[in-house]
Design a binder for this molecule. Structure first.
Ligand code: DWN
Ligand code: ZN
Length: 424
């Protein structure tokens, strides 16, 4: 079944075979398939439908090193390019979150150093680094998507537009010196060559430096059945178990963890050279919690698969009922995540009239695979629908605060995480 994909994958990436874990090389095989998927951020116009790229989205769990990963991923250039559609700063809440992230790193690891240097991998439009820039701290963003990198530069954030790896790391160290902190937010889970990043971090990090990154958390995904975290860009969904093991192989030690509410449940991991810094008790606590949750056991992922199937059935039952009742349903937030939801569940323009999204580059185009039109928020406000399907469920608090007039006027919301329901 996976023969074609093996060859595609080997052709694209070369170093790893599809049937072996990207971290430890142990044999792996998918425990489910979400079916044929397009590029999650590949918003397109009708004339491009015929040439749309699809791959099979199938996750696997490695019983040896506990890494959760997808077995096939499109080549990076197909996902991160000069037209990348996601700009981090679209959410005010996320701007505040990254300011707090930057402040925390500054207080704990930067304050008092004579000439600190901070590097961020996948710095997007500079949402985090601009806080360091504003404080006059020597910084560098590494952002492969040229359009968002340009926005960062225009915000005064020094940024180079390349993929990070051992070679780039050595160049940066030559030009700028070693980094006291290397940061990454919602980036590490996008990079299949985790070994290359680890080598790069090793060569760029100062002896007592820290590597701090956060990504959507496997524990939350399993608990909430938020399967929409799985899409082409997210090659890994990390846990503390898998992160500790992946970096231990490169002499880097997990010294702290901190759960985050962002993106529907994330975890911030802090790593340092082995023995260079004390290890927080939070690490042992989270490892024990993950074992108790079964994140190290294949049966957990069989249960997850069944929960995904239930979620899909419930969502489609509701959307079909609303369609038959002649109700208008509009989507809110043309998220990357919703590409998995819509294509896995079979949501069509007959179910969802259009999706409201504030990102100009998405507007006027259609969603990948499902081909639902994306329109500006003004269209939503001008003709409020009976029901609004909350694809940006991770921004629920901010969206509810902004949409009180719709809700107070009797508008209904639909969520599907952690389960399908209508509110209020
Ligand atoms: O890891 C990733 C995360 C961090 O961001 C990437 N792979 C891509 C992206 O994932 P996403 O697209 O699922 O992220 P969001 O933040 O859930 O996307 C929100 C979308 O909703 C954006 O297109 C903006 C839009 N939006 C809106 O139209 N009105 C968002 C808010 C808060 C709003 O009020
Ligand atoms: Zn493994």
């Amino acid at each position: 079944m996976y023969e074609r994909q093996y060859s595609v994958y080997v052709w694209h990436v070369g170093d790893f075979k599809l049937d072996s874990c990207r971290v430890c090389g142990a044999p792996i095989s998918p425990f489910m398939s979400f079916g044929q998927m397009p590029i999650a951020n590949g918003f397109l116009r009708p004339e491009e439908f015929a040439d749309e790229y699809f791959f099979e989205l199938a996750p696997a769990f490695c019983s040896s090193c506990h890494m959760f990963q997808i077995v096939e991923q499109p080549e990076p250039q197909a996902m991160f390019h000069e037209n990348y559609a996601f700009f981090s700063s679209t959410s005010k809440y996320m701007q505040d979150h990254f300011k707090a992230f930057a402040d925390d790193v500054s207080e704990r690891f930067i304050a008092g150093r004579p000439s600190p240097f901070v590097v961020e991998l996948g710095s997007n439009d500079g949402i985090m680094l601009r806080n360091f820039a504003a404080a006059g701290i020597h910084h560098l963003g590494v952002e492969p998507s040229a359009n968002v990198a340009e926005v960062a530069r225009s915000n005064g954030v020094e940024t180079i537009s390349v993929f990070f790896g051992a070679e780039t790391a050595a160049d940066i160290a030559d030009q700028h010196g070693k980094a006291n902190a290397i940061l990454a937010a919602n980036v590490m889970c996008h990079i299949p060559d985790i070994q290359g990043v680890a080598l790069g971090v090793r060569s760029l990090l100062a002896d007592d430096g820290v590597f701090v990154f956060e990504d959507p958390y496997l524990g939350d995904m399993i608990e909430k059945t938020s399967y929409d975290q799985i899409y082409d860009e997210h090659v890994f969904i990390f846990s503390a178990l898998s992160v500790a093991e992946a970096f231990r192989r490169h002499g880097l030690e997990l010294i702290d963890v901190a759960p985050q509410v962002t993106h529907g449940g994330s975890m911030r991991y802090t790593l340092a050279f082995e023995g260079a810094r004390p290890v927080s008790s939070a690490v042992e606590t989270i490892l024990a919690k993950e074992r108790a949750q079964g994140l190290d056991k294949p049966e957990t992922y069989d249960r997850f698969r069944m929960n995904c199937e239930t979620s899909r059935r419930d969502l489609m039952t509701l959307l079909n009922e609303l369609r038959e009742a002649g109700k208008r349903v509009v989507g809110y937030g043309a998220t990357s995540k919703s590409t998995t939801t819509m294509n896995y569940c079979g949501v069509t323009p007959d179910h969802v009239e259009f999706i409201s999204d504030t990102t100009p580059i998405k507007q006027g185009k259609c969603t990948p695979g499902a081909h639902i039109p994306v329109k500006p928020h003004a269209d939503f406000a001008a003709a409020p629908p009976d029901y609004t399907l909350l694809f940006a469920w991770n921004h629920q608090r901010e969206i509810m605060a902004n949409e009180t007039s719709y809700t107070d006027g009797g508008g209904k919301w639909i969520t599907y995480i952690p389960k399908v329901e209508i509110f209020p």
